[in-house]
Design a protein around this ligand. Structure first.
Ligand code: ADP
Ligand code: MG
Length: 297
């Protein structure tokens, strides 16, 4: 296994800015001076609108993009080194193309485990055992021989998480994990995330525009719309607060969530107003426009 990092900060993002070059136009600034520290074993949710820079931030954390300024360290290494050392698992936003790829769930996991090994060398016993273990951890052992194209959204997602686990990561990054997942699947997703953290000690970052994905599976929440509008205040935007703000959306997923209301009420608006920057749409007081779908639900 990997040696423990010297610090309990698993992800350290400092003052990161990133802009996409555009031919014949000004660069498009996707992220501006973003800083986030995530402790080992923490589940951080990053909530933000479409185009808010969430996927860009994950690609920076994977070392697939390089910030123009600022620094990112994952388990005390550069983002790229951490990925190459298999410290980081990644569950990409669902891609329709994957659905028609003619392989079984087991094979999809094995391919990730033996990445870089030619398939004609045959799968090792150890790889097969690890694939079985990963599928079992996500509750997908019964799906092992199913073609991935035949799986439901929730089933496919669990297999994709098993794939990411096949690299035995310390850090798991997930991009819009609840897109295309039905309500019962979303609830199972939240339970799965909690279990993975408990059993494997994973540090987990979930980015989504869907508050339900964040509320179901996170300890701490940041709000990203090019800059980070909220982070790390002790009594601020917690999943409980979100549960209150978005209770109409959540009721459709979990049923009644009023049990969280008193925790939200403890958080007096004037105590944390300074931690909310301009442009952050969350509001702890009943706000009919707070729905991320903009449908006033
Ligand atoms: P999110 O994942 O929160 O929806 P993204 O990180 O995908 O946001 O995008 C942030 C901004 O960067 C958006 O304005 C988007 O149009 C732009 N963008 C994303 N990828 C590229 C790219 N490859 N080239 C140019 N602009 C991009
Ligand atoms: Mg995205």
């Amino acid at each position: 296994m990997h040696p423990e990092p010297a610090t309990d900060i698993a992800i350290d993002i400092r003052d990161v800015s990133f802009a996409y070059a555009r031919p014949g136009a000004e660069p498009l600034v996707a992220l501006e001076r973003v800083s986030i520290q995530v402790r080992a074993g923490e589940r951080l949710g990053i909530l933000g609108p479409n185009g808010g820079g969430k996927s860009t931030l994950l690609k920076l954390m994977l070392g697939l993009l390089t910030p123009q300024s600022g620094s990112i360290s994952i388990c005390s290494r550069s983002a790229r080194d951490a990925r190459r050392a298999r410290l980081v698992g990644y569950v990409a936003q669902r891609v329709e193309a994957e659905l028609t790829f003619p392989i079984s769930a087991r094979e999809a996991v094995l391919m990730a485990i033996e990445l870089g090994t030619p398939p004609w060398t045959g799968r090792s016993r150890a790889s097969r055992d690890l694939a079985a273990d990963c599928l079992e951890r996500v509750g997908a052992e019964a799906l092992a021989d199913r073609p991935i194209g035949s799986l439901s959204g929730g089933q496919l997602q669990r297999v994709m998480i098993a794939r990411a686990l096949g690299r035995r990561p310390r850090v798991l990054l997930m991009d819009e994990p609840t897109v295309g997942i039905d309500p019962s699947g979303q609830q199972r997703f939240g339970e799965l995330v909690a279990r993975l953290r408990a059993e494997l000690g994973l540090t987990i970052v979930i980015v989504s525009h869907d508050v339900r994905a964040i509320a179901a599976g996170c300890d701490r929440v940041a709000c990203l719309s090019r800059t980070l509008h909220y982070h790390d205040a002790p009594a601020g935007l917690t999943p409980a607060v979100l549960a209150e703000v978005f209770k109409h959306d959540l009721a459709a997923v979990f049923g009644d969530v009023h049990m969280d209301a008193h925790r939200a009420a403890e958080c007096d608006a004037k105590d944390h107003a300074h931690t909310h920057g301009p442009g952050c749409t969350h509001d702890h007081h009943a706000n009919p426009h707070a729905s991320p779908r903009g449908d006033g639900a």
